[in-house]
Design a protein around this ligand. Structure first.
Ligand code: AFP
Length: 368
């Protein structure tokens, strides 16, 4: 694929022409023309985009295939986690000072191995690695940058609750050769694609290139992702909130007031909201994407920047949320996608979900 092709809308794909002009060509939306029981595989969904773009190199498609392969391998490890010796902690802590689980390490290794040799990326960064992950000597450096949280929700692994993988793809900033940290420190608006995999009651991969959000469900017998949720849209409102209320004593007065309001008859809609909290961002976000509502991990007195990582968690989820008609801010008027990262493992407060719910949070918190 060419540099800009990954961001082209599916239903009205803009085909680049040699002289740089763009012509809009209507194509049937995926699924509409498949006309058979096979449905659309993830591969085909991505390939259809590539085929309609002049000068496509296949790089984006290749990268995505590597990520999907990693997702399938991780899913199979997760499913067998209680049988293979992969439950429990390694005894180490990561750069954030958190306990590293065996499955964290395994998932990290799987993703790196699946992507490093493809020639599609120049550098990677992972929540589990202190520094950027270079491409091993002897392999080509591609034009993309991949950042990921290989296994989100580690504390839920051993208790058989949904966990996930989050990824974010940018174009490289440097011209050639090995990628650098500068290639990774880009604003969320610069993402070419973002997505996540949820290892839940089924395994799903959800992705966007910024112009629509599509969900694919893994058929474990076939070993392939099939399109199951096309053009997902977050409902504009929904009376559900998701936050770790155990942190209440550390919240700012504004955040406490907002949550108190949601739990009262003063909530929008005139009755209290329901609470849902899994403690795995991927799972809490996935529910919010499908059903609406708001997920928040605010900054507080102990951790003013909150807990979640900008590059591996907040920015990719914000890209998906906005592409699905939702919103994502830091709770203080700044759009997550506009934040210029200063460090690889930077944290950020996150308020994400239905557009009106995020706006209500912002307005209530601003009153202090
Ligand atoms: P772990 O991977 O350490 O379990 O953290 C998961 C996470 O980063 C994110 O997925 C959750 O939304 C959030 O932390 C939960 O944090 P609390 O346990 O503090 O509620």
């Amino acid at each position: 694929m060419g540099d800009s092709e990954a961001q082209l809308p599916l239903a009205q794909l803009a085909v680049s022409i040699d002289n740089g002009a763009m012509a809009n060509v209507s194509i049937p939306p995926p699924g509409a023309s498949s006309g058979d029981e096979l449905g659309w595989t993830l591969d085909r969904h991505i390939l259809e985009r590539q085929r309609r773009v002049q000068g496509a190199t296949g790089d984006f498609t290749g990268l995505f295939q590597s990520i999907a392969l990693a997702a399938r391998v991780i899913a199979s490890k997760v499913q067998k986690a209680g049988l293979a010796d992969v439950l429990g902690a390694t005894g180490a802590t990561n750069v954030q000072g958190e306990t590293v689980q065996k499955l964290d390490v395994l998932a990290n290794r799987i993703l790196i191995r699946c992507v490093e040799a493809g020639g599609h990326v120049c550098v990677m960064a992972s929540e589990e690695n202190d520094e950027i992950i270079p491409i091993p000597a002897g392999y080509p450096h591609g034009k993309y940058v991949l950042m990921f949280d290989p296994l989100d929700g580690s504390s839920n692994i051993d208790v058989n609750i949904s966990i996930g993988t989050i990824f974010s793809i940018h174009r490289r900033r440097t011209a050639s050769g090995p990628g650098t940290v500068e290639d990774c420190l880009q604003r969320g608006t610069e993402q070419v694609a973002a997505g996540y995999v949820i290892y839940g009651s089924s395994t799903m991969l959800v992705y966007t290139t910024g112009d629509g959000v599509h969900g694919f469900t893994l058929d474990p017998l076939v070993g392939e992702f099939f399109l199951s949720h096309e053009n997902l849209q977050i409902p504009a409102t929904s009376p559900t909130y998701s936050i770790n209320e155990g942190n209440r004593s550390r919240w700012t007065p504004g955040v406490a007031r907002w949550v108190d309001t949601l739990k009262s008859n003063d909530a929008p809609g005139g009755k209290p909201y329901g609470l849902r909290y899994v403690g795995t961002l991927v799972a809490d976000f996935h529910r919010t994407l499908l059903r609406g509502g708001v997920f928040a991990y605010p900054g507080d007195k102990k951790a003013p920047e909150g807990k979640l990582r900008l590059l591996y968690e907040a920015a990719p989820m914000a890209f998906i949320a906005e592409a699905a008609g939702g919103a994502a801010t830091n709770g203080a008027g700044t759009r997550i996608l506009d934040i210029e990262p200063g460090q690889l493992h930077q944290r950020v407060p996150l308020f994400i979900g239905s557009r009106d719910e995020v706006r209500f949070a912002e307005e209530t918190i601003a009153k202090g």
